[in-house]
Design a protein around this ligand. Structure first.
Ligand code: ADP
Length: 258
């Protein structure tokens, strides 16, 4: 997978197809959406033009993370035009297509059609990150079979259960012949804001060890941090700032762009 920044492209814009990277996880709540949003912001900060597809039909959270809740994308020539967020990242989300708060109970074919609308859109980006739903269901399979991302990142907490699920998600990409770019450990060490003591609520190092065992690259770890949760809820991705959290995301983004 090689991301080429707009400024270095040689092909005419009309021939350009963004590099597509899927971000998956074995189970929900491990920080897949948070990682996707922050990698996007960190890449945008480094001069790469970035799009995000929020394909998590069961809990689309990118509109909240980018502060675009309630906005509706326009259509041109029957294709959607991504919404420009204020952080230099364009965005299309399942959350933009359905009324806010309305639960989605879509069967496979409908989910597949919705996914196609989000991906086959007017993307003018060097790279598009796709935030997949957790697990290995219809949307993931549709994604692999029809849209063939150029690579996949898998995120997990260091916990055993999440890790086993992440390995399963990895096998799905393997079976579809989608290269796994690497694994990310989220919610690793926690630094107490009062006393500075470092603890590991979900264990630590499990993902790096798993990466080694599976012969996959380890892309890095993101700490468990109150600021990450607060900034995310406020629609201000922590990767915007030059803080230890922001730098942890930037380091992973740098590996992607390398
Ligand atoms: P997923 O997409 O895997 O379901 P989310 O990215 O939505 O997970 O994260 C679930 C919750 O955990 C959110 O409230 C998010 O802000 C929080 N969170 C994610 N990563 C971290 C972290 N490293 N430190 C603290 N909170 C986090």
């Amino acid at each position: 997978v090689q991301i080429i920044a707009t400024s270095e492209r040689t092909a005419p814009a009309s021939m350009h197809k963004p590099v597509m990277i899927a971000v998956g996880s074995g189970k929900g709540g491990v920080g897949k959406s948070t990682l996707t949003a922050n990698l996007a912001v960190a890449l945008a900060k480094s001069g790469v033009s970035v799009g995000v597809v929020d394909a998590d039909i069961y809990g689309p959270s990118q509109p909240m993370l980018f502060g675009t809740t309630g906005e509706k994308p326009e259509a041109r020539d029957e294709k959607l035009v991504p919404i420009a967020s204020e952080h230099g990242v364009s965005l299309l989300s399942m959350g933009h297509l359905v009324a806010q708060g309305k639960a989605l109970a879509w069967r496979g074919p409908m989910a597949g059609k919705a996914l196609a609308q989000l991906i086959d859109a007017h993307w003018d980006a060097d790279v598009v990150l796709v935030d997949l739903p957790p697990g290995t269901g219809d949307v993931q399979i549709s994604m692999l079979q029809h849209f063939r991302p150029d690579g996949a990142i898998i995120v997990s907490t260091p916990q055993d259960l999440a890790l086993i699920d992440a390995v399963r998600a990895g096998q799905l990409f393997d079976q579809g012949d989608i290269p796994i770019i690497g694994l990310v450990e989220n919610m690793a060490s926690y630094v107490c804001p009062n006393c500075g003591e470092v603890s590991d609520p979900f264990g630590s190092g499990g993902i790096e060890a798993a990466a080694e065992r599976l012969d996959l690259p380890f892309l890095g770890r993101i700490p468990l941090s109150i600021a990450i949760r607060k900034d995310s809820d406020a629609g201000s991705p922590p990767a915007l700032g030059d803080t230890p959290d922001g730098r942890a995301f930037a380091a992973i983004a740098q590996k992607l762009a390398a």
